[in-house]
Design a protein around this ligand. Structure first.
Ligand SMILES: [Zn+2]
Length: 289
C-alpha cells in the first residue's frame, strides 16, 4: 500500500505520496490561509489528498500531522498553536469529506517518529525529538512507537514550566519552554535587550554586538534547563533537534555542555544532534502513522 502524509503547518500545508518504504513519489505544497478559517483548511487538505491519490497506482493510507493533540476524552484538537483548530473534530470532519480511514498525530510526535525510524535516531531505542520553530514541542519514541502517555500529552515539552513567574503563554500558563525557545520568543528577547527587530538568522551574526553575549547566555541557560529536565526524567538514548532554531550551531557544543551541567548525574553523555530529514520529517512521520 502507498502512503499519503499531510503536514498541516501554520503557514503551509505539505503533502507527499510515498511507497511502502517511504520513498517520495510526489510532493505538493499549498498555503494554509489560517485567516480564512477552519473550513478552508479542511478543503485544502481534501484537495491535496485527492490530487496525490490520483497519482498512486495502488491503495493509499492517509496520515495527518498537525500542531496540537487529540483530546482522549472528546477527540477534539487541543493545545494547538494553529488556534482555529482548537476544539474542532478534525479527524471526523476529514473522514466525512474524504471517506478515508485516516490517522491524525501531533506534529512533534510525527517528527520524532520519522527521525527515530529513518533519521538521526535510527539506531536508538528511546528517542526524544524536539521541534523548536514557531512553536515548541516534543515527542517520545520507544522501540519505534510513539509513546502517547495516559492522556495523550507525553512529550509536551514546549509547555512544561521553566520559570514559574515567567513569560505568559497562550496556553494560559506562565514560563513555558515555548515562550523562551521558540523562534519568535528568541527574537522578542533580542528586541527587548537590543532595541533591534531582527530575525533569528540575523541575530546570530551579531557576535560583536553589545547584549549579544547576554542574549546568548539566557538562551543557553533555558535550553540547558529544558533538556536537562528531560534527561533527568526520561534518560533517552538520543535527543534530536528540529525546527528553525535547530539550525543554530552553538546548541550542539556549548548548548549540549549547558544541558550536561544541569543533569542530576555524574555520568551524562546523551547525544544531542541535529535532525537528518530536515523540513520533511513531519510529513514523512505522517506517512508512518
Ligand atoms: Zn504554554
Amino acid at each position: 500500500m502507498n502512503k499519503i502524509g499531510i503536514d498541516l503547518g501554520g503557514t503551509k500545508i505539505e503533502g507527499i505520496l510515498t511507497d511502502e518504504s517511504y520513498k517520495t513519489i510526489s510532493r505538493k505544497r499549498i498555503p494554509t490561509n489560517q485567516d480564512k478559517g477552519y473550513s478552508s483548511i479542511l478543503e485544502s487538505i481534501k484537495s491535496l489528498v485527492l490530487e496525490l491519490s490520483q497519482e498512486s497506482d495502488d491503495k493509499v493510507s492517509v496520515g495527518i500531522c498537525t500542531p496540537g493533540a487529540l483530546s482522549l476524552d472528546s477527540g477534539l484538537i487541543k493545545n494547538s498553536n494553529t488556534q482555529c483548530l482548537i476544539g474542532k473534530d478534525l479527524q471526523s470532519d476529514l473522514r466525512n469529506i474524504l471517506h478515508y480511514d485516516l490517522s491524525i498525530e501531533n506534529d512533534a510526535n510525527c517528527f520524532a517518529l520519522a527521525e527515530a525510524k529513518l533519521g538521526a535516531g535510527k539506531n536508538s531505542n528511546l528517542v526524544f525529538g524536539v521541534i523548536m520553530g514557531t512553536g515548541v514541542g516534543g515527542g517520545i519514541i520507544i522501540n519505534g512507537k510513539i509513546h502517547r502517555g495516559r492522556t495523550n500529552i507525553a512529550g509536551e515539552w514546549g509547555h512544561h514550566c521553566l520559570h514559574n513567574e515567567g513569560n505568559s503563554c497562550y496556553c494560559g500558563n506562565k514560563g513555558c519552554v515555548e515562550t523562551y525557545l521558540s523562534g519568535p520568543a528568541l527574537e522578542k528577547n533580542w528586541s527587548q535587550l537590543s532595541g533591534l527587530n531582527q530575525s533569528l538568522s540575523e541575530i546570530i551574526q551579531n557576535s560583536d554586538k553589545k547584549n549579544f553575549q547576554k542574549w546568548r547566555q539566557i538562551f543557553l541557560d533555558n535550553f540547558g534547563l529544558a533538556l536537562a529536565n528531560v534527561i533527568d526524567i526520561l534518560d533517552p538514548d538520543i535527543i534530536v533537534l528540529g525546527g528553525g532554531v535547530s539550525n543554530i550551531d552553538f546548541l550542539y557544543n556549548e548548548g549540549k555542555n549547558t544541558v550536561y551541567e544541569k543533569v542530576f548525574s555524574d555520568i551524562v553523555d546523551t547525544p544531542i544532534v541535529k535532525n537528518e530529514l530536515g523540513d520533511s520529517a513531519g510529513v514523512i512521520g505522517a506517512c508512518m502513522l
